[in-house]
Design a protein around this ligand. Structure first.
Ligand code: TRP
Length: 362
């Protein structure tokens, strides 16, 4: 069997109802839909982000006005006593964006903490949301359990869905590319939108809908959970060839597949899940699966195939990222320019919301 070369898997967004010509220049963007996404700046981004959302964002920027937030304030909601984890990762995240092909000429990349309207809107919205409603948010609920805050849940953490509603509404965003764990955030945002519009007596805020990626979230390399920055089981976009090799070698396969000639199970076998996600030659992956199921294909071999495939995906991203990180001043300048635009873009919504509450004396 020969090693095939796997090129980048092109992720197609699940529904692109308004999608037009992928190649149309940004000046011809006609869609009224606006996109907003973000990432907590708590670590460099990984392959899970790449297949789950970054590839999609690269495509969407040609079709819609897109804003991407480096969510540093949200990163602090569970790192208030360890702020270095957030501040030290801001440029990492910006470099990751640019390295995968998010283009600052097409996408507004901005820093959440430097757009005051976001914090201000959060304070107004907070008056329309009850503590019990926040406690019922399933995502927040499960995060609170897994983070073991005990009785010391930071108020900022409990209320981060409010801040996320501020992020979304500030830019008039209507389409939010998210994983299914973020659906409760969208629901809560729309509740806030309806309340504000009710108070204003006119629809000053737009409701939003999720744009779900058809790619389900990548499992962690140990197969026990989803790939996550905080769990140390992720393959970063900056991973070296050696990091990739080690991660793939340690990957969970089929524990009952002891000898090469044994029939093996493909379902739940992380190596095959990753081959499905990253290897573009689908027929080849199917042939491997058939052979693995029948017996006669060893884990060493499947892992070697995956390793070369992942190296091909990551190497160009990593190289580009290294170049970008070598000029931090340029990264800061890009982020600053995007942030200034974001300040402009959000000022009308803030004024309208303040007016809805009658706070427009001057
Ligand atoms: N919650 C997202 C994350 O954990 C980050 C985020 C902040 C976000 N504001 C947002 C996502 C608004 C979508 C829309 O990475």
């Amino acid at each position: 069997m020969t090693l095939i070369t796997c090129t980048k898997n092109k992720t197609q967004p699940q529904h692109l109802a308004q999608s037009s010509n992928l190649d149309s220049p940004p000046s011809s963007i006609q869609s009224q839909e606006k996109i907003l996404t973000g990432d907590r700046a708590t670590g460099a981004l990984h392959l899970g982000h790449y297949v789950g959302s970054l590839q999609q964002r690269v495509q969407l920027q040609h079709q819609y006005q897109q804003t991407i937030l480096v969510a540093d304030m949200q990163g602090l909601t569970d790192n208030g006593h360890n702020p270095g984890k957030v501040s030290s990762n801001i440029l990492n995240v910006v470099a990751d964006y640019l390295a995968v092909g998010i283009d600052p000429n097409l996408t507004t990349i901005c820093l959440q903490s430097a757009v005051p309207a976001l914090a201000e809107l959060s304070m107004y919205y907070a008056n329309l949301v009850s503590i019990s409603r926040l406690e019922r948010n399933p995502t927040v609920k499960s995060e609170i359990q897994s983070k073991a805050f005990g009785r010391s849940i930071p108020a900022g953490f409990l209320t981060y869905p409010i801040s996320q509603a501020a992020d979304i509404t500030a830019f008039g965003a209507t389409l939010i590319p998210v994983g299914d764990d973020q659906l409760p955030m969208i629901e809560q945002t729309n509740e806030i939108v309806r309340k504000v519009n009710g108070i204003a007596g006119t629809p000053i805020l737009r409701e939003c809908k999720p744009l779900l990626s058809h790619v389900s979230r990548l499992p962690s390399t140990d197969g026990k959970s989803k790939m996550s920055k905080s769990m140390g089981n992720a393959i970063l976009l900056s991973a070296s060839d050696k990091d990739i090799r080690q991660a793939v070698r340690a990957m969970y396969t089929d524990p009952n597949h002891l000898r090469v000639e044994d029939p093996g199970q493909v379902e739940g076998n992380v190596v095959f899940t990753y081959l499905d996600a990253f290897c573009t030659d689908k027929a080849y992956v199917e042939a491997l699966k058939t052979q693995y199921r029948a017996g006669g294909l060893g884990d060493g071999k499947t892992k070697a195939i995956l390793e070369s495939c992942l190296q091909e995906v990551i190497r160009p991203i990593r190289d580009r990222r290294e170049e970008l990180m070598a000029d931090k001043a340029q990264l800061v300048a890009i982020l600053k320019a995007g942030t200034e635009k974001a300040r402009d873009d959000s000022s009308d919504v803030l004024n309208n919301v303040k007016s809805a509450f009658g706070l427009n004396l001057f």
